[in-house]
Design a protein around this ligand. Structure first.
Ligand code: NAP
Length: 420
């Protein structure tokens, strides 16, 4: 171990996940896995998910040694800072980790810890699966039609954090540069202005699209859709589309065809084992999610589009309490639910831990523990379809049994033991 941890104790039992010569993860049966419970409701959903993940590991003959890490308010108490080096270094060392939500006060002068973590760890793909669990109430008629995984680029776009505040010398310099040197006159209104820069690189695009295509091929998905607003932002979003097609065409040969080829050469029926790559403009895509849901499998998109789209897709399959996520880097995974820290419910043992539990399932799948992942999904689905639910779902269904966060986790554990 090269890093000298300051305030955390690495468990003596358990082994480290490593990377083999083929650049694949080598996962022992008793891995050390870091966990950050997080802020707000993180203190409710974190321990609940841990209990379920332990049960699924045990039921499949494995054992997890947890390593508690700190970020956000828990880190401020322990380290007097928001994101200690201990936390970043431990995730780098142990490769696979899970976290709860972290609070980012609006305009309060500190950067989003989530964005900082993703950037420091170069977790370039934010992966958000949206699939429907039997029994989950949904605002749409046929929620089971949705079975999609969104790969959202994590390090670029307007979230890259390159922006300047109104009234500063810096923003004035940028404004003058844009107007005087770059010729964009008559565009920025007079008076106070904030300016942000939206970088989209070939490198960032290609590694994201590659990750999405690899995932689609490995999981026998039918298509990857590049979602962009290239009709308006030609050199950023349009470039994303073009570089995305380039990866598909240059690196995957006959395994991948474009949508044009699908219709011109195959009359709309893709040959067995062939992946179709297509693209959609972001605003159209948001309505297609509702109107032609089952035509979409894997989505690859930039940061802001991906944020909007995956929340909208999440609503179709039951809302934020359900929606899991994970961030992938090069042989690195940090799983996390899509939802935030919902401070008004913090510590009430009330909210739905499903999103955090299913994020654990994503982590298990990344580790190759697909059997344990499936067990978690089945156990959660059984609980919900039998009407054992937390407040958010109970208010939408007839005759459900309202459970606390911890009670719901216990129910899922019971189901895991029964189904194993
Ligand atoms: P939020 O925390 O996701 O909560 C918004 C609403 O979603 C809640 O009031 C609740 O709705 C519902 N909800 C969220 N999680 C739920 C759960 N587990 N079970 C049941 N319902 C749930 O969004 P926010 O209020 O916009 O953000 C709060 C803070 O979280 C902000 O500081 C934000 O920056 C941060 N955040 C962090 C992350 C992250 O760490 N990755 C992600 C998003 C936001 P009802 O009240 O209608 O029941």
């Amino acid at each position: 171990m090269s890093y000298d941890y300051d305030k955390i104790d690495v468990p003596e039992a358990g082994e480290q996940i490593t990377v083999g010569d083929d650049n694949e993860l080598v996962v022992p049966e008793n891995p050390i896995i870091p966990i950050i419970h997080g802020d707000g409701i993180g203190t409710d959903v974190g321990p609940a998910a841990q209990k379920v993940l332990d049960a699924a590991a045990e039921a499949t003959g494995r054992n997890i040694e947890w390593l508690r890490l700190y970020a956000g308010s828990s880190a401020r108490e322990k380290y007097d800072e928001n994101l200690p080096e201990d936390t970043v270094e431990a995730i780098k060392q142990f490769k696979v980790a899970i976290k709860g939500p972290l609070t980012t006060p609006v305009g309060a002068g500190f950067r989003s810890l989530n964005v900082a973590l993703r950037q420091k760890l170069d977790l370039y793909a934010n992966v958000r699966p949206t699939y429907h669990l039997d029994g989950v109430p949904s605002p749409v008629k046929a929620p089971e039609k949705m079975d999609m995984v969104t790969f959202r680029e994590n390090t670029e776009d307007v979230y890259a954090g390159i922006e300047w505040e109104a009234g500063t010398d810096e923003v004035q310099q940028v404004k003058e540069f844009v107007e005087d040197e770059m010729g964009a006159t008559g565009v920025i209104h007079d008076g106070p202005v904030g300016i942000g820069v939206k970088p989209i690189t070939e490198f960032g695009t290609k590694r994201l699209v590659r990750e999405a295509i690899d995932y689609a091929i490995e999981n026998e998905r039918g298509s990857v859709t590049l979602v962009h607003k290239g009709n308006i932002m030609k050199f950023t979003e349009g470039a994303f589309r073009d570089w995305g097609y380039e990866v598909a065409e240059e690196e995957y040969g006959e395994d991948v065809i474009t949508e044009d080829e699908l219709w011109e050469e195959y009359d709309g029926e893709a040959p067995e084992g062939t992946l179709v790559v297509k693209d959609r403009i972001a605003d159209n895509m948001l309505q297609q999610l509702l109107t032609r849901t089952d035509e979409y499998d894997v989505i690859a998109t930039m940061n802001l589009n991906g944020d909007y789209m995956s929340d909208a897709a999440g609503a179709q399959i039951g809302g934020l309490g359900i929606a899991p996520g994970a961030n992938y880097g090069e042989t690195r995974c940090l799983a996390e639910p899509v939802h935030g820290s919902a401070p008004k419910y913090a510590g009430e043992d009330k909210v739905n831990p499903t999103a955090m539990i299913l994020s654990g399932r994503e982590m298990f799948e990344y580790m190759g523990w697909k059997d344990a992942g499936q067990l978690i999904r089945d156990a959660v689905e059984k609980a919900i379809s039998e009407g054992f639910v937390t407040y958010d779902l109970e208010r939408q269904i007839e005759g459900g049994t309202k459970l606390a966060t911890s009670e719901f986790a216990d129910k899922v554990v019971e189901n895991i033991e029964e189904l194993a």
